[in-house]
Design a protein. Structure first.
Lengths: 909, 632
């Protein structure tokens, strides 16, 4: 410690100027010990009694402490803490420690463990004397700190007979005169709850009383306390004051917290609204009261706009408001039954949703969502209110309520008037809102065919106004169609504008609106066999075209193709030997089939693609190993080298581009890679660059084989008759013989090994990315001054990409071969749905001046890094991969590239 | 008992002409100084002669507080300050101070220039009156004088409307206009839990609980949107202030949200000026507006432009806000006439219309209107001028007998109610927030008030008053009397120990209360004596105890001394040479009677203070008796 101190003092001496500047010039004596820590230490040592020490500490605490000397100060304080006998000094030290740890520029990690250990062991011992001594202190600060300490350290086990229960000690301070102490007491109790102590039910009454406290912090903490108790004792019975009825505690608490939704402070309102959402055990009767609001005008009962809308809908009339006083009040109310200040849960959510602060409204929407998800009948009732929120003035609230409605959409069916309100939002200028709404419409049930018509109309309007929404609108109609085939059926003639007698002109196939209608109809037709009969000839033609071009939106109408994939694979499995006649042709054919299948069947696209790529690897290897190629001269081997690189590339794609792979498939992929490496080794041996390099290459290959064995030990039984199995048999021989012999053995093994069977995993998806923006169709170059930057907006959808924040990159290729890789910010990724991401970002382009506009290419890359132990150090040919020690890192382009016309102009002087 | 008197001069069980006198703690305050819209004679203004028959009001009133700029709350202000005579301070918030003179000037113009009244206040008077105004900031406590302080809170209703908390000593009154708790348009209200003695509140909508504003807004926007979409024009007649700005914001944000392009126009004049003030006082508005202010001022309208007369004939859809609100004259009527013939167009009446106005007629479904044909008259004049000048006089005569004109109303007529007044729930909410001891209702109809009164008394169990004009409601208060306590005394009491002070439990202490020149002081008795120049008097109690003891007097005393020593441990007991025993401050003497030497008389004497402290004296006297018994 002394050495440490010396160091500190020394350190501080070099900063004398700064310190003197801080201290008042009057305190000249201090110059001799300018360090805070040193000064404090001397002071504390000098202190003869505890009051002196406390005094020093107090003066110390008033002065600022530089970040660099904090650590020293902390150590001194801790040391003193052990020695100190007086509890008040220790308390002061404890609170000082807390303050110091908040000093900017000081990381408290280094002392925190130390401090906690000290304090907790210490305080447990002396907790009793401590509290009795200080809880009656006249300063609120001391009491607050004591309560905090009690909350953190109070004994969880049953107390000894002599000691008082921690909870009763704390609850004594619920009635303290200082609001800060009351808050601290409630917080301490909550802390105890968090640490696992069961709070007694007696506290409930006290907590309820605090709900009407004058201070918002107290009320806020009390809401939490009441909630905790309602979760602990939901079923106990409490009496209703001023009557002899009794209700469940959770209902009582629910009523009380509902009351807080109309509190004066918005913080409390937010707290209360949030809390309501998690009280799922409340009885439905109480729950439904939260949406109750009685209106009156001149003492006569008035119907709410919701009720009127419902009635109008029931009576078949549409649109309102044209008549003067159609909202005129009806029956006369009995003055005694009108309850002006809503007691209990009455209208809590009505108030919450109409609150002035959007934070409260948001919290209320969230709570509604949670409650509605657990209660279908409540979901039905809160629908009107949620739909109303679609017109909130704050975008966050609108978005939130749309999301909420989506989450509870399984429980509900929208009425026509409600749908009308919902659809009005489609014209919102915010893209997030529109897309959320499309998402919602995908999951919505509607009741009548008029609804479908309305939705279609509004969606087409939306399409017209915001053409960029095209794909989202189409997708929305796809789901709308497949969900309501029977409702679409009567609309078909009108939608396709067919006529019983006359031929109508054939609509334009490129019209996005027409495509939208077709998407709706075709999707409905899948589960409604009578519908195709209504189609005219050109509709069938258009079907064929759309099925081909927009296969993800247009489902197959009749044929089932699920089995096709398996059949193709089975066909390939008949090829036993790589050299069998006709094998390449068969493989070629299968690959082509699979690719086509992938395009047609979106759900099988991943699997089909995977198989095709795998088979292509096999095919390439097979061709490379053909006898006749080995007889040609060395320089021509280059071509085979390229093959090897291609196979390796493909193998990485197989491993990282597809999600849902099982260990077995990974083993197969690695096996292919091993084969490729073996081939590479053989080729390297033939070119004879030198024996040394060959030896090291061989060693590396053997290491690879070993690591493969280590990694896929469990999978080895499945790899019978394969290259690796044979290799493993020969391994003892291989490792002992010379490199040239090794190569020979390898060559024969490679050629003799059979084709590995591919077992298809359950679910397999290919990571894909589509760049929506820029479209690459613009002829106007993006002009900017060279040397400066221009921002290019990029909008892309990513599917089945895991952890896009880390793996997706944007690559920009300039015509001069320069390429930049840009990492988008994590915040640029949005998640509109499961397994789907949306990247909306900006990339900055810059280049030296060009004489004329030219195109740059933009594409997305998927970065991968495998931590498997295979090493690629010996492959000089592969410059796209930069192998680090033990890991492979690289990128796979997984989107088409988009060309952007840019024109950096020379800067004008 | 001290009391607070509240006397409405206007607005007592009535709507309009708000003017309430409050006398609290010896101070007289006037809350609002409004005019009545319904009258054109003396009843228009409050009866200030109630306060003083002759002479200036300044001597009787300590201050005037204006809650907001509506004329029924500030219309009589120049009359009172300049014509009746008042020079004291007038308090109002900054926005009110800015907008109030515009409205007063407008009011003056209509009354004097249009109706030709004389004996009315002049423009100069309005200016002079405004010079007396002291602006208030929200939540700022203003000391009117040493004792009277006022504090303004934001009340919804209109821009700059305030709730006022008036405090004298520990007595306080809160005055509030229509608080708009639920309207989430551009204004919001909140108050401390200040527990005033009286809460004075408006009760215009005492028997109404309104539906959420959201539905009405949505309806409104939907209608406008539909009309615009089919290429129609929308006319919204409005009054210049309050509602108009609310609707502007609503449409502006909707246009922004829905990316609409159709122009929105705002008729110039008063409204433009008012918009300017809304722009300046942006911080006085609600969350949404304030939040947007980071990017731009909401009232810096992007889509709303000033209207020009010629725009009315432009083709294509548009929305026009025009004054006045009831379609009885001015620009709104002109535009209405132009557009009435087309069924694509729409007029939206956003408020209540007085009987007899065109607004009222069309709302009631009248489809054919008879108009005064001024347009045709003008044609006649020009025609006459081109003809012969001699006939001009003759023709002018017929100019003023108005031609009537049939007007077919084909456009759609919609009604949309947006009221900024608090409903019953809002008032109850406010009571819950402020927790007053008494409630007083003004500015409402008596029947409706009666209902609300009952409800308030039932649910909060507090007294509720609803005085008529000129009637005084008296509330007795129970103010706490502050007393200065000397620090030494307090410290001494603290030193005596005991539990921490508990605000809920009274605690006794010794001291002397001195009342001197209106101030109360609690000091220790020594200091009180010193200050008052009095001598200290000692009060001693004595007691005689008869004993039978054969010993001599000193012996007896000594025996008592030794006995006491053994019994009373922890007390100082002295045997003084002058033949007395002192136990603390109690003196014991022994004397024998002349006749019987055996019969001894024990004299005990103690001071007044001793008796009250738990002292050995009671035990002593008991002891004496016991001793007596022992001996006998």
């Amino acid at each position: 410690m002394a050495a440490h101190l010396k160091k500190r003092v020394y350190e501080e001496f070099s900063k004398v100027v700064q310190v003197t500047h801080e201290e008042a010039p009057a305190k000249k004596l201090r110059l001799s010990k300018p360090s805070k820590s040193a000064a404090l230490h001397v002071d504390l040592c000098k202190a003869s009694s505890s009051t002196d020490a406390l005094q020093y500490l107090l003066t110390f605490s008033r002065k600022p402490v530089e970040a660099e000397s904090v650590e020293g100060v902390v150590r001194i304080l801790l040391e003193h803490y052990y020695k100190e006998t007086d509890s008040s000094v220790r308390l002061k030290i404890a609170s000082l420690l807390g303050l110091l740890s908040k000093t900017p520029g000081f990381s408290p990690d280094c002392i925190v463990d130390d401090a906690i250990n000290t304090l907790s062991s210490e305080s447990k011992k002396h907790l009793d004397s401590f509290t009795s001594g200080n809880l009656s202190d006249s300063s609120f600060g001391v009491r607050t700190k004591c309560l905090q300490l009690l909350g953190c350290l109070g004994l969880l086990e049953a107390p000894l007979a002599a000691m008082r229960d921690v909870q009763s000690i704390i609850s004594d301070y619920f009635g303290d005169q200082d609001p800060r102490v009351r808050t601290a007491a409630l917080k301490a109790m909550l802390q105890l709850h968090e640490r696992g102590m069961k709070i007694h039910q007696i506290i409930y009454d006290q907590a309820c009383r605090l709900l009407s406290d004058d201070y918002e912090q107290v009320r806020s903490a009390a809401v939490q306390m009441v909630w905790v108790l309602s979760q602990l004792y939901p079923e106990s019975i409490v009496p209703i004051p001023s009557s002899n009825e009794e209700i469940r505690l959770v209902d009582d608490a629910f009523g009380k917290i509902s009351h807080m939704v109309s509190d004066g402070s918005w913080m409390v309102r937010v707290q209360a609204a949030k809390t309501l959402g998690s009280m799922l055990q409340v009885s439905p009767h109480f729950l439904e009261q939260t949406l109750d609001k009685k209106l009156m005008s001149d003492l006569r009962r008035k119907r709410t706009a919701h009720e009127r809308a419902k009635e109008l809908f029931a009576s078949g009339e549409f649109s309102s408001g044209r008549k003067w006083a159609d909202d005129a009040p009806k029956e006369k109310l009995d003055t005694n039954t009108v309850n002006l200040i809503a007691s209990g849960a009455c209208g809590a959510f009505v108030h919450g949703l109409e609150d002035e602060m959007f934070e409260v409204r948001n919290a209320a929407v969230e709570a509604l969502c949670q409650l509605a998800r657990s209660s279908p009948s409540f979901a039905e009732k809160c629908l009107d209110f949620l739909v109303d929120m679609f017109n909130d003035e704050i975008e966050e609230v609108r978005l939130q309520s749309i999301h909420v409605l989506r989450q509870i959409s399984t429980h509900i069916t929208l009425r026509e008037d409600q749908l009308d309100t919902v659809l009005a939002v489609l014209e919102d200028s915010s893209r997030d809102i529109r897309e959320a709404l499309h998402e919602l419409l995908c999951f919505t049930n509607v009741s009548t065919k008029e609804c479908i018509q309305l939705a279609l109309l509004e969606l087409l309007k939306n399409l017209n106004k915001y053409p960029t929404d095209r794909s989202s609108v189409w997708k929305c109609l796809k789901f709308l169609g497949s969900r309501h085939p029977t409702l679409v059926l009567p609309l078909v003639p009108e939608l396709l504008s067919t006529h019983p007698y006359f031929d109508t002109p054939e609509p334009d196939m490129d019209d996005p609106a027409y495509i939208a209608v077709l998407v709706l109809v075709f999707n409905a037709a899948t589960s409604c066999p009578t519908m195709p009969a209504l189609f005219s000839d050109h509709t069938f033609r258009h079907y064929a075209y759309l099925r081909d071009s927009l296969s993800h939106l247009v489902p197959p109408l009749r044929v089932r193709t699920d089995l096709f994939l398996q059949q193709s694979l089975n066909r390939v499995s008949t090829i036993q030997n790589l050299e069998a006649a006709g094998a390449p042709e068969l493989l070629d054919l299968t690959i082509r089939d699979l690719q086509r299948l992938g395009e047609l069947q979106t759900e099988l696209a991943g699997a089909a693609d995977f198989c095709a790529t795998f088979l292509r690897c096999q095919l390439l290897l097979m061709k490379a190993l053909q006898e006749k190629l080995w007889n040609i001269s060395v320089p021509l081997i280059l071509k085979q080298n390229i093959t090897v690189t291609a196979v390796l590339d493909e193998s990485y794609k197989l491993e990282f581009l597809y999600s849902g792979l099982e260990n077995r498939q990974v083993a197969t992929i690695h096996h292919v890679r091993l084969q490729a490496k073996a081939l590479q080794l053989i080729l390297a041996a033939r070119t004879r660059h030198g024996l040394d390099s060959l030896i090291s290459s061989c060693e590396k290959f053997l290491q690879d084989v070993e690591s493969f064995q280590r990694l896929f030990l469990t999978e080895l039984p499945h790899l019978q008759d394969s290259f690796v199995e044979k290799l493993l048999e020969l391994l003892p021989r291989l490792s002992s013989c010379k490199p040239v012999e090794q190569v020979k053995i390898l060559q024969t093994t490679l050629r003799q090994s059979g084709l590995l069977q591919l077992r298809l995993p359950e679910q397999i998806h290919r990571a894909t990315a589509t760049i929506i923006e820029p479209t690459g169709e613009s002829d106007n170059p993006l002009r900017f001054t060279s040397g400066l930057v221009v921002a290019l907006d990029i909008d892309a959808t990513l599917e089945h990409v895991q952890d896009p924040q880390n793996s997706v990159k944007v690559q920009v290729l300039y015509p001069d071969g320069q390429s930049h890789v840009i990492h988008p910010k994590p915040a640029d990724f949005r998640k509109p749905g499961p397994n789907r991401h949306r990247l909306i970002t900006q990339v900055y382009l810059s280049h030296t001046a060009w004489t004329e506009p030219s195109q740059i290419e933009v594409r997305l890359l998927l970065a991968y890094s495998s931590s498997c132990s295979s090493r690629l150090g010996w492959t000089d040919a592969m410059d796209s991969l930069h192998p680090a020690e033990g890991t492979v890192e690289g990128t796979i382009p997984f989107s088409k590239h988009v060309k952007v016309f840019i024109m950096p102009k020379p800067a004008r002087r | 008992m001290p009391e607070i008197n509240v006397t409405p001069l206007g607005a007592g069980q009535d709507v309009g002409r708000s003017c309430i006198l409050v006398s609290i703690g010896g101070k007289n305050i006037m809350l609002d100084c409004g005019m009545h819209m319904g009258y054109n004679d003396d009843r228009r203004f409050p009866d200030f002669s109630y306060i003083t028959q002759n002479g200036r009001l300044t001597d009787f009133l300590d201050c005037v507080i204006i809650s907001h700029f509506h004329l029924d709350h500030c219309g009589a202000l120049p009359y009172m300050s300049e014509m009746v005579g008042y020079d004291g301070p007038i308090y109002m918030t900054h926005p009110t101070k800015a907008i109030c003179p515009i409205l007063l000037e407008d009011f003056r113009k209509i009354t004097v220039d249009k109706k030709g009244e004389t004996n009315f206040f002049t423009s100069q008077m309005i200016k002079d009156c405004m010079k007396k105004v002291v602006p208030l900031n929200l939540h700022q406590t203003v000391q009117v004088d040493d004792e009277l302080e006022i504090k303004a809170y934001y009340a919804g209703h209109v821009l700059g409307a305030a709730m006022v908390h008036i405090k004298v000593g520990s007595e306080s009154v809160v005055y509030t206009v229509s608080v708009n708790k639920y309207a989430k348009s551009h204004i919001s209200a909140w108050i401390d839990k200040c527990r005033p003695d009286i809460l004075i509140s408006e009760s215009t909508y005492a028997t109404t609980i309104r539906d959420s504003k959201r539905c009405r807004e949505r309806d409104f926007l939907k209608k406008v949107h539909e009309t615009i979409e089919r290429g129609g024009k929308v006319l919204i007649p409005v009054f210049a202030l309050g509602r108009a700005q609310e609707l502007c914001i609503l449409l502006e944000t909707f246009w922004e949200r829905m990316n609409l392009k159709a122009p929105i126009y705002f008729s110039t004049g008063l409204t433009e000026k008012a918009n300017h003030y809304y722009k300046l006082f942006i911080t006085w508005t609600n969350q949404k507006i304030r939040k947007t202010f980071v990017q731009r001022n909401m009232f810096e309208f992007k889509h709303i432009k000033a209207f020009d007369r010629s725009y009315a004939d432009n083709p294509g859809p548009m929305v026009v806000f025009a004054t006045p609100g009831m379609l009885h004259a001015g620009q709104s009527l002109q535009i209405f006439k132009k557009w009435a013939g087309n069924e694509k167009n729409m007029v939206i009446m956003p408020g209540y219309c007085v009987q007899g106005t065109i607004g009222h007629k069309i709302l009631n479904g009248q489809r054919k209107l008879e108009m005064e044909g001024r347009a045709t008259v003008r044609l006649l004049i020009s025609f006459a001028l081109t003809k012969r000048l001699i006939h001009v006089g003759k023709l002018l005569a017929c100019v003023f007998c108005f031609h009537t004109l049939q007007l077919d109303v084909k456009l759609q007529v919609e009604y949309m109610s947006f009221s900024a007044h608090a409903d019953a729930k809002g008032i109850m909410q406010l009571i819950r927030m402020a927790e007053p001891r008494n409630m007083l209702l003004v500015h409402g109809e008596a029947v409706k008030m009666e209902f609300l009164k009952g409800k308030i008394e039932q649910e909060f169990s507090i007294d509720c008053y609803m005085p008529a004009n000129g009637e005084t409601a008296t509330v007795t208060t129970n103010p706490s009397v502050p007393v200065d306590i000397s620090l030494n005394l307090l410290k001494r009491e603290m030193a005596l120990g005991g539990p921490l002070p508990d605000p809920k439990k009274p605690r006794t202490m010794h001291g002397t209360l001195i009342m001197k020149e209106n101030s109360l002081k609690l000091v220790s008795s020594e200091q009180a004596l010193k200050e008052l120049g009095l001598n200290e008097h000692q009060l001693r109690f004595t007691c005689r105890v008869q004993l039978q003891d054969p010993h001599s007097d000193p012996d007896t005393l000594h025996r008592i001394y030794t006995h006491l020593k053994s019994v009373l441990k922890g007390y100082t007991i002295q045997h003084l040479p002058d033949g007395t025993v002192m136990v603390e401050s109690i003196v014991i003497k022994v004397s024998s009677s002349a006749e019987d030497t055996n019969a001894k008389v024990l004299l005990l004497s103690w001071s007044y203070q001793v008796k009250h402290r738990h002292c050995p004296c009671s035990r002593l006297s008991k002891l004496g008796q016991k001793h007596n018994r022992l001996k006998t």
